[in-house]
Design a protein around this ligand. Structure first.
Ligand SMILES: Cc1ncc(COP(=O)(O)O)c(C=O)c1O
Length: 424
């Protein structure tokens, strides 16, 4: 038995799906202790947008360590933090005319969502949050209340209150969709909120992902999101976009909503913002809302981690020109071309996605799990997500070399074909 089987909590999950011990990693490859290489189509669930051990980031972090740079500072001012904040202002905020303040909190996505919900409640004096079916926002109680998946909710041990879930407005209806999505639902919901006798109270915030990553790569329709944004204004609710998994360049723009014509009041970022894989979370908060915080009210020991600031600043260099973002669309075309023959030969499959996040819905969790295992044996790390785990999520580092992308896609398409044929 390995030390993991002997001593690690029963909670361990991914280590059961990929039961080898990884020793090293480089860009889009992870290498196990026996020297076997795996192409990574998972990228730490959206953390490693710029690859494993990105050499530019490693150099910056090693230089920082060797120069006795401050490693921990609570939320005191440090050179590393100042340089990150300046770069973020110059490269991301100013070119987009965004006046948002940067709020750092404990370095996980769930903590960013907690802070956003808290601030929205504080600013509006309301309690309820409107969130959506299949949404995923984290595991701490506030964010968990907004997360839809019953498996995770069931572990809470206390009632998860003060969140209303409505149907998400998908661009393409999912296969076997039972809820019906989109504008019709939103119109009905609007009518209920505006009816003083409906029993519904106006929400403090509307919280959503523009692409539900864990929920099965469900891409929201532009029209639905725009209607939702004006609905938030009409209700006086704070619009929170959780860009934790699909921000930081994943969709071919820095933010996932840049082509949607909306102006969120709060944007939650984590995962990829630290660049190299060390943790960092940050909310972008409109200045009017930010006035509602008092110093230290949402405190935490690790509010901004220095190595993440150093590597995160290097990551921002990728957004000083269009090279990487153009690459995203080239890679996305390669994914679509590789998957298209599968879709042509099997109409029970569906591909959804935007930029460089795709979900291949195979309609059934057992089939998806078999595909994940077949891929893993052949040297590809890919994860399943969505209802019952029936969607294969393709989310490699954005820096993946073309050869690795093509090799990974060959492994994936062969595995899908074999498993689907066996199931037929
Ligand atoms: C959209 C979204 N929000 C929040 C979270 C929670 O982030 P963390 O696991 O860092 O707490 C995740 C994690 O997958 C996520 O995908």
């Amino acid at each position: 038995m390995t030390i993991f089987e002997q001593r690690e909590s029963n909670i361990r999950a991914y280590s059961r799906v990929y039961p080898v011990t990884f020793k090293t990693a480089k860009n889009a490859r992870q290498i196990d202790e026996n020297g076997k290489e795996y192409i990574d189509f998972f990228a730490g669930a959206g953390v490693l947008n710029f690859g494993h051990n990105n050499p530019l980031m490693i150099k910056a972090m090693v230089d920082y360590l060797q120069s006795d740079g401050v490693l921990h500072s609570l939320d005191m001012q440090t050179t590393a933090k100042a340089e990150f904040m300046q770069a973020f202002t110059d490269v991301i905020l100013k070119p987009r005319g965004m006046k948002h303040k940067m709020q750092f909190m404990g370095p996980t996505g769930t903590n960013a969502v907690e802070a956003a919900m808290k601030l929205a409640r504080r600013a509006t004096g309301r309690t309820d949050i409107l969130a959506f079916s299949k949404g995923f926002h984290g595991m701490t109680l506030g964010a968990l209340a907004a997360t839809a998946n019953q498996y995770f909710r069931g572990a809470a041990g206390v009632p998860l209150n003060h969140v209303t879930h409505a149907a998400f407005g998908c661009e393409k209806p999912c296969m076997n969709c039972v809820q019906g999505c989109g504008l019709a639902n939103l119109k009905a919901l609007r009518a209920r909120y505006l009816d003083p006798s409906s029993g519904l109270q106006a929400p403090a915030a509307i919280l959503l992902e523009t692409i539900q990553a864990e929920g099965g790569v469900n891409v929201a329709s532009k029209e639905w999101i725009q209607n939702l944004a004006s609905f938030a204004k009409e209700l006086g609710a704070v619009l929170i976009i959780d860009d934790i998994q699909v921000g930081c360049g994943r969709t071919g723009n820095y933010f996932s909503f840049e082509d949607l014509g909306i102006e969120p009041d709060i944007i939650c970022l984590a995962k990829g913002i630290g660049g190299a894989g060390t943790p960092l979370a940050m909310n972008l908060v409109s200045p009017e809302l930010d006035k509602h915080w008092s110093p230290g009210e949402h405190t935490g020991t690790f509010r901004g981690q220095s190595l993440s600031f150093v590597a995160g600043k290097v990551a921002l260099d990728y957004f000083r020109n269009e090279d990487l973002m153009e690459q995203v669309f080239i890679q996305a075309d390669a994914v679509k071309s590789a998957i298209q023959p599968l879709l042509d030969s099997d109409n029970s499959l569906q591909l959804r996605g935007k930029g460089m996040i795709f979900g291949l819905d195979v309609g059934d969790g057992e089939r998806a799990a078999a595909i994940v295992q077949t891929c893993f044996k052949k040297g590809l790390i890919i994860a399943a997500c969505g209802t019952g785990g029936r969607v294969l999520k393709i989310i490699p580092p954005l820096t993946i070399p073309q050869e690795d992308l093509i090799s990974g896609l060959t492994i994936l398409t062969d595995a899908v074909r074999n498993v689907m044929e066996e199931a037929a």
